[in-house]
Design a protein around this ligand. Sequence first.
Ligand code: HEM
Length: 512
Amino acid sequence: MESALTYFSQAAKSSAALKFLLKAFERSNAPKTALGLFIAYYLIKYRDNVVGTRRTNLPGPRGLPLIGNLILFLRVPMTQISQLHDRFHEKYGETWTTNFWAYEKGFTLQESMADLLGQGIFGADGDLWKWQRKLASHIFNVKAFRDYTSNVFVKETQIVSDYFDTIAERGTAVDVHDVLLRFTLDGFGEVSFGQSFGCLDNPEGEVDFAVAFDRLNAIVSERLFKGPWKIVEWLDGTSKIVAKDKKTVTDFALNIIRTRRQEGYHRPQKDLLQLFMDLKSENGEPLSDDMLKDSILNFIIAGRDTTAQALSWMFYLIHRDQSDKNIARKLREEIDEIIGDSEPTYETTKKMKYAEAWLSTLVVLALISLRLYPSVPRNMKECVEDDVLPNGVEIKKGEFFQWSPWTMGRDTRVWGPDAKEFNPDRWLTGDKASPFKFPAFHAGPRTCLGMQFATAEAMTFIAMMFRRFTFELVDPVNEPGYASGLTLPIAAGLPIRVHRRQLDQDTTAIAL
Ligand code: HEM
């Protein structure tokens, strides 16, 4: 009790003293001086970088006080960001930096992508990542379920082939990029979730899921370049679009789960969905529908977008005016050798899979388009432990760094003076490129799980299409632009004309 009284009287005294001091402080110019000093300190400390970030001596564009390079990035359209990386790389050398990422103030990649990726494998770290990767690795190798997967690829390609036949008959153009996105979505749905989504049933009709999915993908991919994106999206109304699109894609995924529960699963080998649905936690609990939904959406982005885009850019590279016409001719010769005059069937494509030279040529073609047009054109990671890069650059815990497979694939220091040329022969000689030199499928423990799957799917499509048709770009001169996204969609699609192949015309311009 006594000590409490002592405390209160001392507190009263000290509060009187405090009031006196405050009054004296107010009468003087001290508040202004303190504020001025405070601002000056911040302006000097963060003279060209974002508040809260470390100044480095790395070469890079000089930033503004307190906001670093935020304005620079805000002014660059998202559809030019890889070209900006090229310019920085050219100007500042092999390692360059901006403090832009640190401006995010607690944003993380996961937070910004959560509306699309949730807790799925692409945004996950630590144990959440490990178990998803382990589970999925049982399924994403061609060996594990080769026969079934190959059948699906052949079946879906046949649908495209029949559609292209009507296009050739009509003599109109078709957007091959759109067709490929339908093809990979239907195929992936059938292989991984046991149901084709029927996008190719009506190849000219709109697919609500795809529209919402692509828009959401573009929105989340732009967030890191927007600064305080939650506020920006709330102010410009994007948050309403996000809510609507999120509902569409969520309903789509939940419907896949519902269908499986209603219809059960009857195949001898589990598909991806069944693996996830059968998983139990330590206390016997199955995964929540929310987690199942996240897994479905993550695998759709992996299985649909990447392969469709790689094939689309390949169509462009092979058929544009400046490309060597022998590339398509050589490709057809190899396909003819394996398939002969017969229509492609499961058996023939199965045979093709073992044709080493043919396979390597096709892989080469797929790879070459990925070098110049990587499906994942830029990537970033947060540093969780202080590190020094091989060139001596220090990265501190909590900092972000980014790399650009797009820029690396075009770098003359890495690929020689003809780096920007489309030359498949480069891959036929010499050693296979290390994934660290050619990171289109990532490298290390997070390497793409679907590389074989994508290769098999691409091979089937290319073989069956080039066997039967020749193609002509509607615009063979101008390079198509890419759209915003986590991957590399062609902004305005890729319109092509399709011609039924006439074997004796292979050397003409149209037959390519
Ligand atoms: C041309 C086609 C493809 C390309 C270029 C590609 C590229 C990539 C890249 C760059 C990553 C790393 C992304 C990151 O930073 O997190 C990745 C991861 C992944 N890919 Fe692919 N991918 C392709 C096709 C596929 C397909 C068809 C599947 C599934 C069937 C697939 C499944 C995955 C999965 C599950 C991961 C996550 C791996 C992990 O985080 O551990 N990919 N892919």
